[in-house]
Design a protein around this ligand. Sequence first.
Ligand code: ADP
Ligand code: ZN
Length: 436
Amino acid sequence: MSIFWNEKIETMPVRDLQTLQMKKLKAQVAHVFENNPVYRSKFKKAGITPDDITTLTDIEKIPFSVKDELRAQYPIGLQCVPQEQVVRYHMSSGTTGKPICCGYTRQDLEIWTDMMARAFCAAGGGQKDIFQNAYGYGLFTGGLGFHYGAEKVGMSVIPTAAGNTSRQIMIMKDMKTTILGCTPSYAQLLGETLSREGCDVEHELFLRIGLFGAEPWTEELRDRMDKTLGLSAHGGGAFDHYGLTEMCGPGVATECQNRCGLHIWADHFLVEIIDPDSGEPVNPGEKGELVITTLSKQCTPFLRYRTRDITILHEELCECGRTHPRIEKIMGRSDDMLIIRGVNVFPSQIEYVLLQHMELAEPFQIIINKSGPLDRLLLKVEQRDTIPPLSRDDLQEILEAELKDSLQISVQVIVEAPNTLPRFEGKARRIIDNRS
Ligand code: ADP
Ligand code: ZN
């Protein structure tokens, strides 16, 4: 079994990769300019033409694209090919507003499937694997994206889709599933159910690889899932997988077996990291907003798309042999960041503190209320039923002290009884902001 799907491209010398990027960038810019009036007028306003783009850094002359522009052009104002070339549409899950719609030509689908196949191989998957696909099928890109990628590799795909947890577990046991794909929230719910049912995951399950994406999750959660799903017991582990509808869906960036950042496929995507406030590039190795330009897309290409996802880019070569750069685990969306009494708080910081406590179940809820001029952060957490509990008062006191220390603001904690907070089959919705 090869660890590469497309070894030539995945290990292409960086210099050749950049030459390829330049060639494709010019073609992509010419394509949007020739075929879409919205892009033409945008170029005109910025005082540039495709001829101004002659080096990779010239990309900075092109104005950014943002999600609101996409919404304004809903549904297909940014389409760059005639209708007869479009073979599918997907829409984003609309986590932060009205959905956006992206189309695919046949070639767009082939490239997407190829990137997904690379991801499966990078995690150690191959033809002999049984892949249970518990991502949602439908408008959401997760289901079909993973499905076709796994089929391309030649795995046996079981399209369970998300939900129906007890049937999901039955199938996992009976079919001897080796790879599971789903959101990390749903992986937690599966793990929790397996523990509650007393399943001996090492002997009753065969899960080796988890491909978890579509929302942020932490290293601490990885350790838990390696164990609760029996992944490490079978010589594998949980892998992070990043994507967004605007780029294709899943398949944009993925972890290799070194699990040291997610390789972002540079033959199809050109990456920048900017300061989200100034829009200026950050220094190498600094944290900022991920901006992506598609290099191969036909139907709905994007130039300098601001993802709002916060990460760090690493260009040093990875030991796996892949030459494509890596992004660190997404730390959150810039619009996920809560500003509480002037202090920036990411939900992942809260999750980090909570995951240090085995006596807590994974679900939590962040509620922000306004009391007079002040914002108040209320955190609901849940006791785990399988661990002898600390008293709720003790737990509350400990958590409030730890959160104050870590976030630099005071947080009121409520410890709920086991199995009372909501669970999610797709992406979690953990924040309730009552301020507006
Ligand atoms: P929506 O924006 O409506 O949720 P998408 O389904 O396209 O629609 O979601 C893409 C977004 O999901 C990304 O921009 C990112 O914020 C988040 N996301 C996807 N994969 C990951 C991941 N592995 N880690 C963190 N966030 C992720
Ligand atoms: Zn690697």
